[in-house]
Design a protein around this ligand. Structure first.
Ligand code: HEM
Length: 480
């Protein structure tokens, strides 16, 4: 009996050992060999942790140890926001394999390969598995809102911006100088815009969600639920996203259904968190860049005054005429041609190129696939290094790190050489809202105020959920 038990025990132990050996040593070593045979190098796989420890060390170094830049420049964005890519690409080249625990990740910067991955509609690549905490924060929902719907949001965004302007007006008083952290203000403004446009409420009502976001994800869900359950105003506003989410919809078989409360909470979390920070960051970088390039600030101001005067509130029609702050892709084809010919400048595009809010996209191969000339085994993750592509001198020339909106006079060289909102079926659903918001805020503030970067500003682009200025963005405003 005892012998039998011992035999069963040793069999289970050896099965477990074999499984561990298989998962932690055999498979990763084979995958590493497979890539090396194809000429793809990378840091050596370490059983159990992969390269995670080194990755963490490099991230910490970017956060705490690298000396912040003395002046505002765009030279170290890649080093700051994806330090592991920056250091490893110097050793192994642009394309290399690294390990997230036992998960292989292939760094990809070739626009042709990126296009193949993001535009694939055969289901070969899926969005990679995410950390459960991030999932809890963002929810699992995805809401598809198409372009034109955001045009209806213009008056709401103008109202939010007016509140900020009124606040600045009061603070500046009789003086002609006010210093404040635009990063903080733009975060509040973006939260207010999302609250108004998506939820038919306003920042004060939505504020609780953002406040506790940092503390307790679970409570954030509760706050979201209470807005959904109690906010009658939202139900009265048929354009608010929340009202759409709560409406019945028809399935393919023509059966009427409604999203359950949990699904709505998930969708709302996605919209709140994906939308707020990214747009606030875009606005912050645009203002910092314009503050350190006064000639562009003046050109932008002249254009805004020309298009909608000094006091008129911006309308959807005005927005189409702000060439310097427009994205080609958002305009009808004839107009794209016109702006290209007329073109002055493309400030937003250039800000999103240098400081893409979401600088990395990850996909996972669902089966063995061929990508470019590489054979990719199933379950390999593809690390699409957007920030590196956006700063690549091979694509943008020797001045790749310089702020030069004029480079956008020319059409994009390649679909995936510039993709701040992603491309393909999973492109950002909030792209139009973000651009419309940025245009309105830039227009309304720039015609009233000049601004310069405060001497207390410390330049350190940093990625938490999105890429923002690590130490805020203090700037000095004076009346035009
Ligand atoms: C400057 C502002 C923004 C930038 C740069 C940005 C960037 C991106 C990018 C790059 C992706 C695709 C990621 C991938 O392919 O893996 C994405 C997805 C997404 N964005 Fe944005 N975003 C911005 C604003 C917004 C806003 C305002 C909202 C909501 C109102 C929003 C909601 C979403 C959602 C829900 C997805 C997921 C789409 C999907 O997976 O199908 N974003 N965003």
């Amino acid at each position: 009996m005892c012998l039998l038990l011992l035999a069963a025990l040793s069999l289970s132990i050896s099965t477990i050992c074999y499984r561990l050996y298989f998962k932690f040593i055999k498979v990763p070593s084979e995958i590493q060999r497979h890539f090396r045979q194809q000429g793809v190098g990378g840091p050596t796989y370490n059983a159990i942790s992969g390269n995670s420890n080194e990755l963490r060390r490099l991230m910490m170094m970017a956060e705490h140890k690298s000396p912040p830049d003395e002046s505002f420049n765009n030279d170290h964005v890649v080093r700051q926001v994806m330090p592991h890519y920056y250091f490893w690409s110097k050793v192994y080249g642009d394309q290399f394999l690294f390990w997230f625990g036992t998960r292989p990740r292939l760094a990809v910067t070739d626009p042709e390969m990126i296009k193949e991955v993001l535009l694939n509609t055969n289901g070969w690549f899926r969005k990679a598995r995410v950390n459960p905490l991030v999932k809890a924060l963002f929810g699992e929902g995805i809401v598809y809102l198409e372009g034109e719907q955001w045009a209806d949001m213009v008056p709401e965004i103008v109202a939010s911006t007016n509140s900020l302007l009124a606040e600045i007006e009061v603070k500046i008083g009789g003086e002609n100088r006010l210093e404040f952290d635009v990063y903080k203000e733009f975060n509040n403004l973006s939260a207010d815009v999302i609250s108004r446009t998506a939820f038919g409420s306003n920042f004060e009502e939505g504020k609780r969600i953002f406040e506790i976001q940092d503390q307790l994800i679970k409570i954030a869900s509760e706050a979201m639920r209470s807005i959904i359950e109690k906010n009658d105003k939202t139900r009265e506003n048929p354009k608010a996203l929340l009202s759409l989410l709560m409406s019945p919809y028809k399935t393919k078989g023509n059966v009427e259904k409604r999203l359950g409360l949990n699904d709505i909470v998930d969708e709302c979390k996605t919209i709140y968190f994906a939308g707020k920070e990214s747009t606030a960051n875009l606005l912050t970088w645009v203002f910092l860049l314009l503050a350190s390039h006064q000639e562009w600030q003046n050109r932008a101001r002249e254009e805004v005054v020309q298009v909608c005067g000094r006091d008129e509130l911006p309308s959807a029609e005005h927005l189409a005429n702000f060439k310097m702050v427009s994205l080609y892709s958002l305009q009808p084809k004839e107009q794209q041609e016109k702006s290209r010919n007329d073109n002055i400048s493309m400030i937003l595009n250039e800000a999103l190129r240098l400081y893409p809010a979401a600088p990395i996209s990850v996909r996972e191969a669902c089966k063995n696939v061929k990508l470019g000339s590489l054979q990719i085994p199933a379950n390999t993750e593809l690390f699409l290094a957007m920030a590196a592509v956006h700063h690549d001198p091979k694509i943008w020339g020797e001045d790749a790190n310089k702020f030069n909106p004029l480079r956008f006079i020319e059409p994009k060289k390649h679909l995936a050489s510039y993709f701040p909102f992603g491309i393909g079926p999973r492109i950002c659903v909030g792209q139009n809202l973000a651009i419309v918001e940025a245009k309105i805020v830039v227009a309304m503030i720039i015609r009233k105020y000049r601004f310069v970067v405060s001497p207390s500003y410390v330049h350190s682009p940093f990625q938490s959920l999105t890429v923002g200025p690590q130490y805020g963005a203090p700037m000095i405003f004076s009346k035009v």
